[in-house]
Design a protein around this ligand. Structure first.
Ligand SMILES: Cc1cc2nc3c(=O)[nH]c(=O)nc-3n(C[C@H](O)[C@H](O)[C@H](O)COP(=O)(O)O)c2cc1C
Length: 329
């Protein structure tokens, strides 16, 4: 499959593994690169910019194919040293960056001066238009289905992606709710040039999260997520569990962040992934978990998606048009 995305970013398949806190580490990102897709190391998973430099080097030991770094800029009481992380990315010779969380305007000139291609991930058409205007190379647009931060507009991908591709000239990467070949073909039909997946890549052999987390994703349905931080206008889609239910309950009583801070601490979420204790904290997962029924290797997943997508296009879809058209299952 060739799209503007595969051409511009120099990867084989129009499939992206977006940045994932605690998950976007060398093993997963290298496996994604080796499978011919584009993976992103998550900068802030590394405690310091120096650790990020080491993680990039570790990834390069595992693959010589292209991969990128995600820099997520989120509201924080005690912000990480973004400029230092950014410099670590530039000094490491990274060629592709995924920004997310906030307008990347402060960082973009630095990346562009270093010849880095930037994909900005956002959750609305208006933010995508703004990102195009300031000069990013592509946008990744997260629909309401996504894991992590879907924004506050609650527009799902089926409307959001074609609304975006209608007004944008740069390539669009459809994100949120995609876990298989059907999602890939649908995204291309909606005008996207590639897909981005988080939850699906988190549930692979090479993903560095506890086996119990992967098993829970397989067991969960599309209904087993919870939206927290709605009342703070910083919505996050996370797994439904004892902690996220408690957060929503406290929020419904008109809480402030300080009332829930102890429940949502990053260190507790990290414990879920590292120790496999599913109720240790909140952990991100998307509605696409309802489409996930196995734990394949990354290579199996990517090969399967590409092969099945080609067959959906050439067999199922082409069968609906032309002389030989007939009703198909
Ligand atoms: C465990 C987890 C952690 C995530 N952390 C981040 C993050 O730090 N920065 C970011 O930009 N996106 C983050 N995301 C969002 C993904 O990159 C991606 O946009 C999203 O998962 C797409 O929706 P899907 O899960 O339905 O595929 C995270 C997703 C998951 C599942």
């Amino acid at each position: 499959m060739r799209t503007r995305f595969t051409e511009i970013f120099g990867v084989e398949h129009p499939i992206v593994q977006g940045g994932m806190m605690w998950v976007g580490r060398a093993e997963l990102v290298a496996a994604v690169a080796e499978a011919g897709a584009l993976g992103f190391i998550t900068a802030l998973t590394q405690p310091t910019p120096e650790d990020l430099v080491r993680e990039i080097a570790r990834t390069r030991e595992l693959t010589d194919k292209p991969f990128g770094v995600n820099l997520t800029i989120l509201p924080s009481i005690d912000p990480p040293p973004y400029a230092e992380y950014r410099q670590a990315v530039i000094d490491s010779g990274i060629e592709i960056v995924e920004t997310a969380g906030a307008n990347p305007v402060d960082h973009l000139p630095h990346f562009k001066d270093a010849g880095i291609k930037v994909i900005h991930k956002c959750t609305s058409v208006r933010h995508a238009v703004k990102a195009e205007r300031i000069g990013v190379d592509a946008v990744s647009i997260d629909g309401f289905e996504c894991a992590g931060h879907p924004g506050e507009d609650d527009v799902a991908g089926l409307v959001l992606i074609p609304a975006a591709t209608r007004v944008l000239d740069i390539p669009v990467i459809a994100s949120g709710g995609i876990a298989d070949a059907r999602g890939l073909v649908a995204a291309l039909a909606l005008g996207a040039d590639a897909v981005n997946m988080g939850t699906r890549f988190m549930c692979t052999v090479e993903s560095p999260v506890a086996q119990s987390v992967k098993a829970q994703i397989v067991a969960n349905t599309e209904r087993d997520t919870e939206l927290i931080f709605r009342t703070l206008r910083n919505t996050a889609r996370v797994a439904a569990n004892a902690v996220s239910e408690e957060v929503v309950e406290i929020e419904s009583r008109g809480a402030e962040f300080s009332d829930i801070a102890h429940l949502v601490a990053g260190a507790r979420g990290r414990k879920v992934f590292e120790d496999g204790d599913l109720d240790a904290g909140i952990w991100s997962t998307g509605q696409s978990q309802g489409l996930i029924h196995d734990i394949p290797t990354v290579a199996e997943l990517v090969d399967r998606m590409v092969t099945e997508a080609e067959s959906i296009i050439t067999d199922r879809l082409s069968g609906f048009v032309g002389a030989g058209a007939g009703v198909r299952a």
